[in-house]
Design a protein around this ligand. Structure first.
Ligand code: GDP
Length: 344
């Protein structure tokens, strides 16, 4: 079992290898470098994979000190150009020091409290992590290394209560959640710092983007993991718990996270800083996603009941596959997101 795990994950990242800022600075002397935050998350880890494969920069990945590390998404990386730095995005001093000492060519900020659903429960933490930190990074770049190119992870959640379909770069920002508000404010900070100080600072309006590294609380992973679990139980004639979801009628525009990290790199390397929507230009409901995911493994269901009592029932066995649990409804919903990425 251990052998299998080793083979699968490649060389383990040794926690003792996590550098402090001074040691990281020594490794950056005379080298072109990129700082990426959020490297243990979906986008950050794909960004590091992309940059290692397509550039020759030293990559400094920022990680927060935790007693139990969650490095699953980067445990496959075994490359001398990749370094981990102990870093906390909510600490303005550490942001200033890291930029002053490493003087990176690019700073790609993909760290965030990224789950909309939790942002009502942790509104202040969401604001500090997603927005105040952006202000600190912009100020540190302006003061210590103004030629550094900066990318801030923006979101289609900034469009929120949408005014027209599909949404392009001119769509007004009308957030519906503390998460959306924090990303909207960050976008305004990026624009103001770009206009005021002539910085190369951009954000992209990235619509939902998914993959196997997506957190399991997000609806795509939640559904696909449950479908696999239920299919396995049916194959083995075992019991299973039904999948519980919230609003089935919300619509989203989903893409592949690996495509979008390339989009981010392209945004960072234009002649002048311009911002873009990245999207698939299609919108689909959660309900459609559920139907397609079950169909993919040969399970066919039908919807019965209405509202909170609605259920998705296996046509073969009559067993309930999906039910509604009101705890997964949000205090305010973004009903529909549908991107127009023509400009990109
Ligand atoms: P978001 O678009 O960044 O909020 O990504 P999510 O994957 O968290 O949610 C996408 C949509 O799925 C939202 O409109 C949610 O309200 C809806 N949804 C319905 N049921 C669930 C659920 O059980 N979990 C999550 N995360 N979202 C759900």
């Amino acid at each position: 079992m251990n052998n299998l795990k080793e083979k699968y994950t490649g060389k383990k990242i040794d926690h003792m290898d996590i550098l402090n800022i001074e040691d990281a600075a020594k490794k950056s002397i005379g080298k072109k470098s990129i700082i990426v935050t959020g490297v243990t998350g979906q986008d950050g880890s794909h960004m590091v994979d992309y940059l290692l494969a397509n550039t020759d920069y030293e990559i400094f990945g920022c990680v927060r000190r935790l007693s139990v590390y969650n490095h699953k998404n980067i445990s496959h990386i075994n490359n001398k150009r990749f370094h981990l730095i102990n870093f906390d995005l909510t600490d303005s001093h550490s942001i200033a020091r890291i930029i002053e000492k490493i003087k990176p060519d690019y700073f790609i900020n993909l760290a965030a409290q990224s789950f909309v659903g939790s942002s009502w429960d942790f509104a202040h933490q969401t604001w500090e992590t997603n927005c105040t930190s952006t202000l600190h990074i912009l100020e540190a770049i302006r003061l210590y290394h103004p030629t550094c190119r900066f990318y801030q992870a923006g979101s289609s959640e900034e469009f929120g209560d949408v005014a027209y379909n599909p949404q392009d770069e001119l769509h007004p920002l009308r957030p519906r959640s503390p998460y959306g508000a924090s990303k909207t404010a960050s976008r305004q900070l990026v624009k103001v710092w770009r206009d005021s100080y002539n910085l190369y600072a951009v954000q992209g309006w990235l619509f939902n983007h998914e993959g196997t590294r997506r957190g399991e609380e997000f609806v795509t992973r939640k559904i696909t993991k449950a479908v696999a679990r239920i299919k396995n139980a049916i194959n083995n004639e075992g019991p299973y718990n039904m999948l519980e979801l919230g609003n089935l009628d919300a619509k989203r525009d989903w893409s592949d996270a690996e495509d979008f990290v390339e989009g981010i790199w392209l945004m960072l390397n234009q002649e002048s800083p311009k911002e873009y929507v990245l999207s698939s230009n299609e919108t689909h409901s959660i309900r459609e996603f559920v139907e397609l995911a079950f169909k993919e493994v040969g399970i066919y269901g039908s919807w019965e009941g209405v509202g909170i009592d609605e259920k998705y029932v296996d046509e073969n066995s009559g067993r309930v596959l999906v039910a509604i649990n009101s705890k997964f409804y949000r205090p305010a919903e973004v009903d529909l997101l549908w991107g127009d990425s023509t400009k990109a």
